[in-house]
Design a binder for this molecule. Sequence first.
Ligand code: ADP
Length: 383
Amino acid sequence: MSLEQRSRLRKDYMSNVPKWRHPFIGYLVTIPATIIVLMCTMYVAKMFGQFFFPSTFCIIAIVFVALFWGAGPAVWSIMLNAAALYYFFVLPFNAYDYTNWRDALQLLPFIGSGLVIALITAQRERARFQALATELELQLYAQELEATNRQLEDANQMKDRFLSIASHELKTPVTTIRGQAQLMLRRISKHKDEKHMDGVATTLERINDQTSRLTTLIDELLDVSSMRAGKVILNKRLTDVTSLCREVVEDQQLLTERHITFEAPTEPVNMEVDVDRFAQVMSNLISNALKYSPDRSLVEVSIQPETYYVLFSVKDHGRGIAKDQQEHIFETFYRTPDAQASTKRGLGLGLSITKDIVERHNGHIWCESVPGKGSTFFVEIPL
Ligand code: ADP
């Protein structure tokens, strides 16, 4: 703590002390207190003929002054009382011989005990002041922490804004490129017989694939930024989730030509969901299951209606996820070391978006996995 802060603290400390306890009042009070103490001592001495401990009342006065006005007035009280004791109790014994200092030495134990009282008082004051200084320091730290926190929040908001703007800006040219590539592909397919068109078609297909990947990434980034900004509003309506899931499974099957089993009750399972967002949940889980499992392996999707909720599950027979990584996979931008080392591309956003959508449906998502055997993702949505 700086010197300036310390002196400000001392001022604050003094301003909090009641006026009657100000040291200056203490110095003044000491004078009548000494007179009263002397009078008491003389009265007792007169009553008993002899008073063996004339300094007793003086000690009480010093303790009293130290308690209410602190160390400074206590030292002043010691000086006054010592002088009074010397004048009224030592000098009469040596017939007012002012040069005989030997008897005055008897006052030393009194002065010593008085100084001990003053010292203890000074230590108490110092400890109280120290505690106040620590409290002030803590307050300063708390303020600093709050300011840093605010800066961090601002930076975070700025990052989200950048994410949102960049994704929006990227989306338009990518959509245009993709549209043009598809148009060209259609035109070329009409002239398939022309030999030199072969290479052009392959190039255009590659452009189409890559832009489609880019579109998915941009959509994920946009989803994350709008979800963080709380801009996503769910449009829930009563929907048969069985047919919704079947559609998603069929789409994925068509797209990847993989085998996906679908197990669901024969009768419709109607529940309040946002159709597009819920389809996104199932699509994310199924595409992950396909992505992180061998090409020929099976992916199993099931719907199990219970009394109060419906349980959806997506099971794969891939490499699985280690226990310590399972708790992180729903975090934004998290990818397991296995995924990072593999050729499977991704930003680690799909599951965090999925979790957000599930939670906005008051549901719960979790994963059970045995490394080497596969993973099952469960989504539980209340009815
Ligand atoms: P990504 O774009 O990387 O697929 P996700 O958010 O969808 O992002 O998934 C996060 C991480 O969780 C993935 O990188 C992967 O490591 C792991 N993961 C998700 N689904 C599976 C799965 N079915 N099997 C194994 N690992 C998975």
